[in-house]
Design a protein around this ligand. Structure first.
Ligand SMILES: [Zn+2]
Ligand SMILES: [Zn+2]
Ligand SMILES: [Zn+2]
Ligand SMILES: [Zn+2]
Length: 376
């Protein structure tokens, strides 16, 4: 389902829940009006989040973004709005520790599966310059879309994720240093992840690190996919127990699907935004296979994430691409086994009925048959 369609569905569902007097001149039948304290076009954004710091303290709407229609609001609307305000107040308490840690009120929001601190003032998204409020909502929406994609693709169960993912995007370098240490247990200038039980990611996103919205978006797809993978039951970080190919492969897979390009790599706690020969992994992979230069599968299956070499990243992406094309649910089960420290060759045999050499033979055939030889 496309993003636009998801947004539309959300909006339709939200409107239906409020329907009061069909022809009310004040509210158009929704039973509620945008709160006058905020930009009218931004009020509907609040329907898809649990909390948004830009409206949370509003005395008129209590963070709901809407107030009851003075002409027609019935009990159902009043109840829904009251519930939303209550939830906003609860979330405000939960998220207050972020502000306390950083010593100032932060721009932040939350949804069912994410809390996000997003401190950029503005960023050009496609052709429009978006400001901080819209950016916060856009990135929350993108993170929720990633989670939904992951769950669908790997046939994961919602019950297998216990906590919300916490993502921090800073503008100031000192903020990143302080926050990565405080929230992710390790201070670094950019790209720090805490895997497993308390999944968190903190990065700096000023021009020194990212020059475009597309780069930042791609980086978050890659990095946050690692958090999701490590937080699913059984929780563990496979990247340091020889599951580097699956972890990095899946991170690249999400990058590639969104942008036909991969430029994020995980070395130790750092990430580098770094183009490798243009970053079109399908083109690069096909070339490696066609010239018989693909790295040996036995060595790729032994790597931790931070020891994967450049060409190994490329084939790891493609192994994942191939396995997902065969059966995403089985790939999900294979990943669960990698988190249980089952060796790759054993897990591959168990879920796909393939030994490494047979897997490699079929994978190569598939790459040559389906990957492009040049950019279209
Ligand atoms: Zn009305
Ligand atoms: Zn908002
Ligand atoms: Zn308001
Ligand atoms: Zn990575």
């Amino acid at each position: 389902m496309s993003l636009a369609r998801i947004v539309l569905l959300l909006f339709v569902t939200a409107s239906a829940a409020f329907a009061q007097v069909p022809n009310c001149k004040v509210c158009g039948g929704s039973g509620r009006e945008p709160c006058a304290k905020h930009a009218k076009v931004e009020c509907p954004l609040e329907d898809s989040v649990r909390f948004c710091s830009f409206v949370a303290k509003c005395a008129d709407c209590g963070g709901a973004g809407f107030v009851a229609c003075k002409k027609c609001a019935g009990e159902a609307v009043l109840k829904t709005l009251a519930k939303k305000r209550e939830r906003v107040a609860l979330e405000a308490e939960k998220l207050a520790s972020y502000d306390e840690t950083m010593g100032r009120p932060l721009r932040k929001g939350s949804t069912d599966h994410f809390t996000l601190v997003f401190e950029l003032d503005d960023l050009k998204v496609e052709k429009r310059l978006l400001h901080s409020h819209e950016l916060l909502h856009l990135y929350l929406q993108r993170l929720e879309a990633l989670y939904a994609d992951y769950v669908t693709l790997l046939d994961a169960r919602h019950a297998d994720f216990r906590e919300r993912f916490q993502v921090f995007v800073w503008y100031l370098d000192p903020d990143q240093m302080k926050a990565s240490l405080a929230f992710c247990e390790q201070g670094a200038p950019a790209g720090v992840k805490l895997m497993g039980a308390h999944p968190r990611f903190s990065t700096c996103a000023n021009k020194r690190w990212f020059t475009t919205d597309e780069q930042l978006h791609r980086d978050l797809l890659h990095m946050v996919s690692h958090l999701i993978l490590s937080h699913e039951e059984p929780q563990a970080w496979m990247g340091n127990q020889k599951g580097g190919w699956a972890e990095e492969g899946l991170g690249h897979w999400f990058e590639y699907r969104g942008f036909q390009r991969c430029d994020n790599y995980c070395f130790q706690e750092q990430n580098t935004n770094n183009d490798y020969k243009g970053g079109d992994y399908k083109l690069l992979c096909r070339k490696l296979v066609a010239t018989d230069d693909a790295p040996a599968i036995a060595s790729v299956f032994e790597r931790n994430t931070d020891t994967l070499l450049r060409d190994e990243h490329v084939v790891a992406f493609s192994y994942v691409d191939y396995l997902l094309s065969l059966d995403g649910a089985k790939f999900g089960k294979l990943c669960a086994d990698l988190r249980r420290k089952v060796p790759t060759r054993e897990a591959l045999q168990k879920h796909f009925g393939l030994g490494p050499l047979e897997f490699e033979r079929r994978w190569k055939e598939w790459v040559l048959a389906t990957y492009p030889t040049q950019k279209d």
